[in-house]
Design a protein around this ligand. Structure first.
Ligand code: NAG
Ligand code: NAG
Ligand code: NAG
Ligand code: NAG
Length: 442
């Protein structure tokens, strides 16, 4: 009987049953990301999964700025829409954020490896996909070469709930080439919280008709009061001290490790005088990497193994590191991940490292144009261009190896406008919410 009934159900029909997430996923989840693209967080991330009356799911997340208290009233808010039937069955329509509201960028993901406690979403091409507008260049990365799991090679997002249904692993990973080592884009262990997020929307169109609306529906930046989690928000305790800086520009880039970036631009000599420091209880070394073409989509950048494909890894960075015991060291990173190679391509001057007042400071001067790309490829890209980015890391120094130990999650990436860091008003992309003089975390 059972075999017979099974035979009467063609496979295609069975596959068209509505897509379902494990029931224990539904609800609201909260936790502090221990690894992220901008470094470990110190404030909570809140994430909700709601099953709508039409059986589709709505994902909502807040991205607090983890910055100066005066910016706590602004949040970034993301929504994603999971379709359970029709042409987009099992697909997540996602509005990447925080982004420029003028650019209506859409991403699509497909659910893979669904079990009773876990699901992984991977990138997918969608009708009308435009590589140049997409935040992730998965065509030039070759994300689509692996057939069954296409897209998984370059980006994947796993949600996994424990047996008790009270803890969720939230892991978004990026890679610089298919199935190679990945970078943790947002990794957190979330706890279930007894809060029901408000759901107030008209479900947007599917497939080619889906469109992000950053001004309303998928608002990339919102006042706290309009965020679905506003009523559950508890500000963290105030544990900050005021700092003064001798440099014109000063920003607290990461509260967890106390990372402070300070600099002056000398227009006469076209050079940067920079100081980076962090708390000495987590940092025996502090390091700063520059990628003049970090966001470039050009063939020249790709040929030189830098550019947008390597964006969330290290490839293409001239790195200066300061360790109290190891002194000032220089490296170039030719790989997306792994230890960089000692390299002196970047000319630095007046370099020093010192430990003072519970912090480790590295200070030096460098020309705006210089480093590996200049000396090996003759590329005159300036770190003050609109495609440049920077990376930082802190960690322990190995006296045995006379080398930095792996930084783990104590690292981050930023786009910095070195000449006018607050020119861009987008919180999370602009440095405005991180300005010193307001607060430095201990
Ligand atoms: C984060 O949220 C958890 C669970 O809701 C809470 O116990 C904790 O105090 C919060 N931490 C911060 C830094 O706000
Ligand atoms: C997702 O990425 C993780 C981390 O690199 C990897 O272990 C896992 O196999 C990937 N999953 C899929 C479905 O590709
Ligand atoms: C950077 O600026 C150039 C002009 O100098 C412009 O053509 C290009 O589109 C800009 N790129 C980005 C990523 O904003
Ligand atoms: C930095 O800000 C200035 C405005 O002062 C702007 O003209 C320039 O394009 C910005 N540079 C980058 C790299 O975005």
């Amino acid at each position: 009987m059972r075999a017979c009934a099974w035979l009467l159900v063609p496979l295609a029909t069975a596959q068209r049953e509505p897509f379902a997430l494990p029931a224990s996923f539904e609800g609201t989840w909260q936790g502090v990301p221990y690894a992220s693209v901008v470094g470990p967080w110190s404030e909570n991330f809140t994430f909700a999964i709601t099953k709508l009356p039409e059986q589709d799911y709505l994902f909502q997340a807040n991205l607090p700025f983890d910055a100066s208290p005066e910016f706590r009233q602004y949040w970034s808010w993301q929504r994603s829409y999971l379709r359970v039937s029709g042409e987009d069955r099992g697909r997540l329509l996602h509005c990447p954020g925080p982004r420029d509201p003028k650019r209506k960028r859409v991403a699509m993901m497909q659910a893979h490896t669904v079990s009773d406690r876990e699901v992984t979403f991977c990138l997918r091409k969608w009708p009308g996909y435009d590589e140049s507008k997409h935040p992730f260049p998965f065509h030039s990365l070759g994300c689509y070469k692996a057939d069954a799991e296409e897209g998984c090679g370059c980006f994947n997002w796993t949600l996994r709930v424990d047996e008790s249904g009270t803890r969720m692993d939230y892991q978004v990973s990026m890679a610089g080439s298919p199935f190679e080592l990945r970078s943790r884009h947002v990794w957190a262990t979330l706890q279930r919280i007894p809060y029901v997020a408000a759901v107030n929307l008209e479900f947007p169109g599917s497939g080619a008709h889906f469109d992000c609306d950053y001004h309303n529906r998928d608002e990339h930046q919102t006042e706290l009061a309009r965020c679905p989690f506003a009523f559950y928000y508890r500000p963290p305790p105030e544990t900050s001290i005021v700092a003064a800086s001798a440099f014109k520009h000063c920003y607290n880039l990461d509260a967890q490790v106390g990372l402070v970036l300070e600099w002056d631009i000398d227009e006469q000599t076209s050079s940067l005088h920079v100081q980076i420091s962090a708390l000495s209880d987590v940092a025996e070394y502090v390091s700063l990497g520059f990628r003049p073409l970090g966001g470039s989509s050009s063939l020249a950048a790709r040929k030189a193994n830098t550019g947008r494909e390597q964006r969330f890894g290290m490839a293409g960075a001239d790195i200066v590191l300061g360790s109290v015991t190891g002194g000032v060291q220089q490296y170039y990173s030719s790989a997306y991940s792994g230890a960089p190679e000692p390299d002196q391509s970047l000319t630095i001057r007046d370099a020093s490292v010192e430990r003072r007042g519970g912090r480790v400071f590295l200070r030096f001067r460098r020309p705006l144009i210089g480093g590996w790309l200049y000396s090996h490829h003759g590329i005159t890209a300036s770190i003050a261009s609109n495609v440049s980015d920077m990376i930082w890391a802190v960690g322990t120094w190995s006296g045995v190896d006379e080398a930095p130990s792996y930084h783990g999650a104590l690292r981050g990436w930023r786009e910095v406008n070195w000449t006018d860091p607050e020119f861009d008003s987008r919180p999370l992309l602009s440095l405005r919410p991180y300005r010193c003089g307001l607060t430095i975390y201990p």
